[in-house]
Design a protein. Structure first.
Length: 35
């Protein structure tokens, strides 16, 4: 059970990191398009 919980928390962290990277790249692309 502990192993499964750890895997779930790791997958959640990965999703958060990916979402953050997408948001950063998206904002960077918008700024680049404006400039």
């Amino acid at each position: 059970m502990l192993f499964l919980d750890r895997r779930k928390s790791m997958s959640d962290a990965t999703v958060i990191v990916l979402a953050t990277m997408v948001a950063v790249f998206g904002l960077g692309g918008l700024l680049a398009a404006l400039v």
